[in-house]
Design a protein around this ligand. Structure first.
Ligand SMILES: Nc1ncnc2c1ncn2[C@@H]1O[C@H](COP(=O)(O)OP(=O)(O)OP(=O)(O)O)[C@@H](O)[C@H]1O
Length: 622
């Protein structure tokens, strides 16, 4: 029965974006429609949490001692559904502002995209995208909300909407605190007025809600603090169920970690690593943190202070006895207890990953593929754990077949006695890294080079500097060490007189383009290559900087010339006859621009092509 109206009915219009969203929900979401119930229970549970907080500190709230619970009433004959909570309730402003806005940015965009991709829109995905309350319009055409806020002087209201266009608000006579949402189910959604169906859905999605959920007179959910159980008593099935409830993920987690600590800090934690990164995970600046409980009572469902940001893929709960119940967000942030928990958890998560890396490579590689771009940034932000994080790095390598990953430890174990540095090269793909002419020397001499194929590597690997006292060096740098013997042999092969004056001719032609031109000790098959000075930025890094900032110019490169290459020898012959030969000059520019092209930095391909035509014409003349 509805409460009496006590004021005029006011009409409101949804924002344009909201209308579009509602249209999509009503007309496009067909599968997993039962998640509307999860959304409604989750909102009720949030409201109950707020009420529980207020109960602790404010004796004057409406129905101070009312039990905190959710009641669902079904009428199979009439096909109706109602859900009522004794939570905090809503004021008029909250009804207008909170109901009627899209919870998460990007939701509409996402739904549109799914639709235009002609994908089957699956309502199970919406939990991740924050359609929230409005999912109810999948199963009904008209919704009524009756609510009274816990503040003693706050009136009660009825909100009514037929979905797509408008909603109305009127004042009503309701004495109870909390919110009741009721509606008649659509013809094709009548199943949701069946007891057994609704109970099954609650068990599936909402078993771990912190408050009793009743269907009729029967309490349906478990209401158990899983993390309080002993490690050995935890069953895989309930862990998976709990994880899904907690994270809104529809897949089982990749793994979990149970921590119980007693001593200078006391807490229990149940943490999960997801199987895959949720859509939009890496774009997300607004991510959800862990759930923080104190004495088994949820005090924050989004606590970002329990783990550093580079571990934000971890989902789960932390329950501590060291924080007071009525602790505010500001106090938790600066609390030394939080600092201690953060420190312990970070160490535990890193050791947990290290254990996978050592003992379950398949799982680790799955994890690594999904989350390593984030994990790796820890090297630049968490100095106390830097060494641990570095152990978790994996790379493709010239010593391993495509797709196989290797660690720095394994690399160092394979290093030859005379090798002093750890070498790496970056590239968009293994193939492009392997085509880098700077690699030729290393290939010829069987020196292992790591391939940095993840763009994030370029920002983090250079800051590793050293691993087991061996410095990490990009093979694009001019000062990579080439073994002494080798140097001698090469030097002998190079005619001293040839190199000096000839190279200065290169320099003269490329005067404003390169920093220097030197004889190469590392090239085998290519005529020239570009390298960066000791302090310079890696070539790939520079390319990325240019993508972010059009005005970024980068530094001048050093050109290395392979004096043993047949083409260079031919040019030497031309040079000896005429040091200013225009063909020679053209070839020098072409060689330089060819090197730019290879590294993806050629800015004027038209000039490059016409010069090439000119050179070919000359070369093909009889
Ligand atoms: N039963 C309720 N009691 C009190 N407030 C509610 C209730 N249901 C909804 N609300 C209010 O309406 C808002 C919008 O709910 P909605 O489900 O659309 O999004 P959300 O819960 O904020 O986001 P998400 O679904 O992503 O968690 C809530 O944030 C809350 O302020």
């Amino acid at each position: 029965m509805s409460e009496q109206t006590t004021g005029p009915v006011q009409e409101f219009e949804y924002q344009a974006e909201m209308k579009q969203l509602l249209h999509l929900i009503v007309h496009s979401l067909y599968t997993h429609r039962e998640v509307f119930l999860r959304e409604l229970i989750s909102n009720a549970s949030d409201a109950l949490n707020v009420a529980r907080f207020r109960q602790l500190t404010d004796k004057s709230i409406v129905d101070h001692d009312a039990p905190l619970e959710v009641k669902i009433v079904l009428d199979k004959e009439k096909g109706t559904f109602s859900i009522e909570d004794t939570g905090i309730g809503m004021t008029k402003d909250e009804l207008i502002n909170n109901i009627g806005t899209i919870a998460k940015s990007g939701t509409l965009e996402f739904l549109h995209k799914m639709k235009s991709d002609q994908k089957m829109l699956d309502a199970d995905l919406i939990g991740q995208f924050g359609v929230g309350f409005y999912s109810v319009f999948m199963v009904t055409d008209e919704v009524t909300i009756e609510t009274r806020h816990a503040d003693a002087d706050s009136p009660a209201y009825r909100w009514k909407s037929v979905g797509e266009g408008k909603f109305t608000i009127e004042e009503i006579d309701r004495a109870k605190r909390g919110t009741k949402i009721s509606f008649t189910l659509k013809e094709d959604a009548k199943e949701f007025s069946e007891d057994w169906r609704v109970k099954n859905i609650i068990k599936k999605y909402s078993n771990f809600v912190d408050f009793p959920v009743y269907v009729g007179d029967e309490k349906v959910n478990t209401v158990s603090a899983l993390w309080q159980k002993r490690k050995d008593d935890l069953k895989d099935e309930e862990l998976t169920e709990f994880y899904k409830y907690l994270s809104n993920d529809y897949q089982a987690p990749l793994g979990h970690l149970h921590v119980a600590l007693e001593g200078s800090v006391n807490f229990k934690a149940l943490l999960f690593i997801p199987e895959t990164a949720p859509l939009g995970f890496f774009r997300e600046t607004e991510y959800k943190g862990l759930h923080l409980y104190a004495h088994r009572i949820l005090i924050q469902d989004d606590c970002k202070d329990l783990l550093p940001e580079y571990l934000r893929f971890v989902k789960g709960v932390v329950d501590t006895e060291d924080l007071p119940l009525n602790v505010s967000r500001e106090v938790t942030q600066s609390s030394p207890v939080m600092g201690k928990i953060n420190k312990v958890l970070t160490g535990k998560v890193l050791s947990f990953l290290e254990d996978w890396a050592q003992n379950d490579t398949e799982k680790y590689e799955k994890f690594y593929k999904n989350f390593s771009p984030l994990l790796k940034t820890g090297v630049n932000s968490d100095f106390s754990n830097k060494d641990k994080i570095i152990e978790l790095f994996r790379f493709e390598s010239s010593a391993a077949e495509k797709g196989k990953m290797t660690s720095l430890k394994e690399y160092v174990a394979r290093m030859k006695a005379e090798q002093k540095e750890i070498y790496y090269v970056s590239g968009d793909s293994r193939e492009s890294a392997e085509r880098n002419p700077n690699l030729e020397y290393f290939k010829k001499h069987g020196i292992e080079v790591l391939y940095l194929l993840d763009p994030v590597d370029l920002f983090v690997v250079p800051s590793i500097h050293e691993y087991e006292k061996k410095s990490l060096k990009s093979i694009d740098k001019a000062d990579v060490q080439v073994s002494k013997d080798e140097e001698k042999q090469e030097e002998n092969a190079i005619q001293e007189s040839m190199s000096k004056s000839f190279l200065s001719a290169f320099k003269e032609v490329l005067i404003d383009k390169v920093e220097d031109v030197i004889a190469s000790k590392r090239l085998v098959e290519s005529p020239v290559t570009l390298v960066v000075g000791k302090e310079g930025m890696d070539i790939q890094t520079e390319r990325m900087m240019k993508m972010f900032n059009k005005d970024f110019t980068g530094s001048k490169k050093i050109m290395e010339v392979n004096l043993a290459h047949p083409l260079i020898k031919n040019l030497w012959d031309i040079y000896q006859q005429d040091t200013k030969d225009p063909f020679l000059r053209n070839c020098i520019v072409q060689l330089y621009e060819g090197a730019l092209l290879r590294e993806g930095n050629l800015t004027d391909p038209t000039a490059f092509l016409s010069r090439m035509t000119e050179i070919m014409e000359k070369a093909s003349r009889k």
